[in-house]
Design a protein around this ligand. Sequence first.
Ligand code: IPE
Ligand code: IPE
Ligand code: MG
Length: 248
Amino acid sequence: MSKHGRTDMEGQGSLPRHVAIIMDGNGRWAKARGLPRYAGHRKGAEAVKPIVRLAADIGVEHLTFFAFSAENWSRPEAEVDELMRLLRLYLRSEIAELHKNGVRVSIIGDRSRLDPDIVAMIEHGETLTSGNSRIHVSIALNYGGRQDIVQAARTLAGYVAAGEMNLSAISEQSLSGALYTAGTPDPDLVIRSSGEKRISNFLLWQSAYTEMVFVDTLWPDFSEVDFRTAIGEFQRRDRRYGASASGR
Ligand code: IPE
Ligand code: IPE
Ligand code: MG
């Protein structure tokens, strides 16, 4: 570990500070085995823990998981119920463990549609782990990128309407600060599993200059090797932010 607490993987390129993951492919994983979709979700939930551990070990500061989108409510009720059941199980069994390992946990997304017992567990987890600093793990639940921008716009408009903020103070910075991700740097890297090459309403505002890595592995099979490979690919990219290519 360097003095910044980071291991330089392969000694090349800088490590992403914030990695966000679209965990996709649970249904196809199950289907390929002749199993019901929920079996894929169960296996997918198990794939999360080793990635958190590895990310913390190599020095990633923020890790965000897309667990349930605002659009996923459109799935059959039985599947949504199973996902919520798994979420309860995960929160109940993992919060103490995450806390023990120095993980700070946050949930991003609209909580108003989540069951009150889930909201209570989330609030407990966030409060319990708020002082931890080994790694920050965010879980996106009932999250939509457009919905996030709308709620941020509404928050700022409310300040302006109440005379607490000048119209001219609406800026990229103040809008960022009103998003669910306030205080977390924009993701440097988004990884999507399962071969789909789209963002599916994930961190839209926040991913303006994010590097995207799409891997074919279905989420339940996603391993530490896949994570390291994605980081390696990120480290070979040339991030330009609109400037000219380096060395030209
Ligand atoms: C991701 O796997 C989990 C959620 C979206 C909740 P899917 O359930 O989308 O799996 P596929 O895409 O149908 O294979
Ligand atoms: C994105 O996956 C949402 C999550 C992984 C939670 P989806 O499976 O819902 O995305 P689409 O429908 O294929 O775009
Ligand atoms: Mg999917």
